[in-house]
Design a protein around this ligand. Structure first.
Ligand code: SAM
Length: 404
């Protein structure tokens, strides 16, 4: 899209079509199967049918006849001359039966929720077992809704008055976001704006784009100016740069990451936001020497991302049950490595954006069983259907002062 010469409205439509079709793929394929005796189609043909049906049933600004006509033209353009009649027939028959089909789609949400809400069946079963059908449905509804864009004020470069004035000058429309885990005038929803990287307020580091849920782990870490803090999985740096702002850019803040490419993202964000107290390091460069142990460590572990599915539209079709088990082993390993770098009495925060207990409470419990010198102080889970933010899990642990 960056290279395409598209007007802003066409660009938005192209994005909406692409994301929407990926999100609703199972439901779209169910519709297609009903009219094709479930005969498999060539992928490009299937995609054309999906695109036509998406416009008919999920968009309300495109007249049905235009959706049918454009899809048929596109099919011809793509070399499907002989199938143009077939595409026309499928789409036209759905356009004729639109009202009845809408009722079928509504019923599908209760009868076969994985098809009605377009999610993998195993994931739906897992969530229904945990929260019951009604809350599982609300979660899937959430996953199918395009995410809001939220900005966290960067107090190292701006204050609320300055940022809001600049936004008004730039034509940015915003709203205030309030939650119990951060103060007022810190997070704003951006409701309408030009591309962010072209806004001076963004270029000058006035804010960082992140979901409100991501601030909870940092608040639980409670970093103070002058502290020695390690962010063990730091890139791209959303939590790290918020830690730096709570430390007033003073003290020792170490950003640890798996690769130098990921660390480059951290460095770019720190440069834009005016964060100067950060030192970036790669694995195997930190030693548990008593003189260099940290006061506070954050482990924001790589995870299945089931709490942020609305942002990662294709994730639901890639994730496998075995992946959750594999991640859990890695998460526990990262937690062990990081814990060895914490000073006695120090605070350790483990967080993920997963909703799965295997990656959250079970990792922490297993760690605690093997490390009796650590105590669990508290945990909190943010659930999209309860809090209206991305899913997130945070556990705060303290290392005892006696040797571990
Ligand atoms: N805390 C980050 C933020 O707020 O912007 C997001 C971190 S993301 C959930 C997890 C990160 O862990 C990824 O950037 C990944 O590269 C990193 N990672 C994976 N394996 C790692 C390892 N062995 N050591 C350090 N970081 C690792």
């Amino acid at each position: 899209l960056t290279g395409a010469q598209l007007a802003a409205a066409d660009r938005r439509l192209c994005q909406e079509l692409t994301y929407g079709i990926v999100r609703w793929q199972a439901t779209l394929d169910w519709l297609i199967a009903r009219k094709t005796q479930a005969r498999p189609q060539k992928t490009r043909l299937q995609n054309l049918l999906r695109a036509g049906l998406y416009q008919i049933f999920w968009l309300d600004r495109i007249p049905h006849h235009a959706a049918v006509h454009e899809t048929v033209e596109l099919a011809r353009h793509a070399g499907f001359n002989t199938q143009a009649g077939f595409i026309n027939a499928v789409l036209r028959s759905y356009a004729r039966e639109a009202a009845a089909t809408r009722q079928l789609l509504a019923g599908l949400k209760t009868e076969q929720p994985h098809l009605g809400y377009s999610h993998p069946e195993w994931l739906v079963a897992r969530w229904q077992q945990r929260w019951g059908p009604e809350r599982a449905a609300r979660l899937m509804e959430w996953n199918n809704t395009p995410p809001r864009i939220c900005a966290r004020l960067n107090t190292l470069k701006a204050d609320p008055g300055k940022l809001l004035t600049q936004w008004r000058e730039e034509g940015v429309e915003y709203d205030f976001v309030r939650r119990d885990w951060f103060e007022e005038n810190l997070v704003f929803e951006l409701k309408s704006h030009r591309p962010l990287n072209r806004l001076p307020s963004f270029q000058q580091g006035g804010f960082y784009v992140q979901d409100p849920s991501t601030l909870l782990a940092v608040r639980e870490l409670e970093p103070q100016p002058g502290d020695s803090v390690l962010d063990f999985c730091a890139a791209p740096g959303g939590k790290l740069t918020y830690i730096a702002q709570l430390m007033s850019n003073t003290g020792r803040l170490v950003a640890h990451e798996a690769t130098s490419e990921r660390l480059q993202l951290v460095e770019d964000n720190c440069a834009r936001l005016g964060v100067t107290c950060v030192q970036t390091v790669l694995p195997s460069t930190l030693n548990p020497q008593p003189s260099t142990l940290f006061d506070r460590i954050l482990i924001d572990a790589p995870c299945s991302n089931t709490g942020v599915m609305r942002r990662r539209v294709d994730l639901r079709w890639r994730i496998r049950p075995g992946e959750i088990r594999r991640l859990r082993v890695m998460q526990l390993d990262l937690l062990r490595q990081a814990a060895a770098l914490l000073r006695p009495g120090g605070t350790l925060v483990y967080s993920t954006c997963s909703l799965e207990p295997e990656e959250n409470r079970e990792v922490v419990d297993e760690f605690l069983r093997a490390h009796p010198g650590f105590k669990l102080e508290r945990t909190r889970e943010l659930l999209p259907f309860a809090e209206g933010v991305d899913g997130s899990y945070v556990a705060r642990l303290r290392r005892g002062v006696a040797p571990v």
